[in-house]
Design a protein around this ligand. Structure first.
Ligand code: ZN
Length: 281
């Protein structure tokens, strides 16, 4: 049974058990908005139960991005509340396609979960007054954040990742996206000067985590550039594969939970992938 945290009388965070992904239940103008819909049968069943017992209609299902660990309850909620609209970034389909092509094993995305959104967001979209959806990118091509100005609160999706209660430091994850874009996305959150952040996974955090996330990315990119550059200032073709070598140089995940060490390893693989595609210079 997952934890729920009532941040305010109209903001509840559901901290999922499966993949530790978070869902946020907002009450606005006597109707409900759910941001991200968890994954896994039991988490989705409980989400459904919580939403249904509120006694108010579900108006919007918002997805911070279209990875399968954030959209697991979309089709079930939409089935119960057919009048609700799904909101996502306009490039969500790229994220779906990338995930489908890369994930070969569990949790393979279920095509039934990928209901097309009714509202597509480009740069910025006011869902209701005092709830702004903004494009961020970085973690995935379609990553968005949600800002609630009156509460100085940002719902970050996977642009920010935290660990569980008292289980230490974390790092950001860009295997599906781009590290430079992720720095930009984090800076965008920092500019909003929020009081609290709700990450895509893990416990609610203070904004100091942004500086730590950016520092990790800058350190990784600096080491990578130094490692790969030849005399002409270009990334040379023979610098690959570098992941394991670079892991020795940038071992900044010591003491972290194994999931973050694994993410670090995948981040390094992503650097290689981008360099091979000449997308990282
Ligand atoms: Zn996620």
């Amino acid at each position: 049974m997952f934890n729920t945290v009532e941040l305010d009388n109209d903001v509840t965070v559901l901290l999922g058990d499966d993949q530790q992904s978070n869902s946020i239940l907002l009450t606005k103008e006597e109707s409900l908005i759910v941001v991200d819909t968890l994954c896994g049968e039991s988490d989705v069943a409980r989400l459904k139960e919580i939403v249904c017992c509120q006694g108010a209609p579900l108006r919007y299902i918002v997805n911070t991005h279209w990875h399968s660990d954030h959209i697991g309850g979309n089709s079930e909620l939409k089935g119960i509340f057919p009048e609700s609209s799904i909101i996502a970034h306009e490039s969500y389909l790229d994220t779906v396609t990338t995930e489908e092509s890369i994930i070969k094993t569990h949790p393979k995305p279920n095509p039934d979960d990928y209901l097309p959104p009714q509202i597509l967001v480009t740069d910025s979209y006011e869902i209701v007054p005092d709830l702004q959806m903004m494009y961020a990118g970085g973690h995935s091509k379609d990553s968005c954040i949600l800002y609630i100005p009156s509460k100085s609160l940002v719902i970050c999706g996977d642009v920010v990742l935290s660990s569980g209660v008292n289980s230490g430091a974390s790092i950001p994850y860009f295997y599906w996206g781009n590290p430079y874009d992720l720095v930009g996305a984090l800076e965008k959150i920092r500019e909003l000067n929020p009081r609290l952040l709700i990450p895509g996974h893990g416990w609610i955090v203070k904004p100091d985590i942004i500086d730590d996330h950016i520092l990790y990315l800058q350190r990784l990119l600096a080491a990578y550039q130094e490692f790969c550059q030849d005399g002409s200032g270009q990334i040379s073709d023979n610098c690959l594969p570098v992941s394991l070598e670079l892991e020795k140089i940038v071992d900044c995940t010591k003491g972290m939970h194994w999931t973050f060490r694994k993410m670090h390893h995948y981040n390094l693989h992503c650097l290689e992938k981008l360099a091979k595609a000449k997308e990282l210079v």
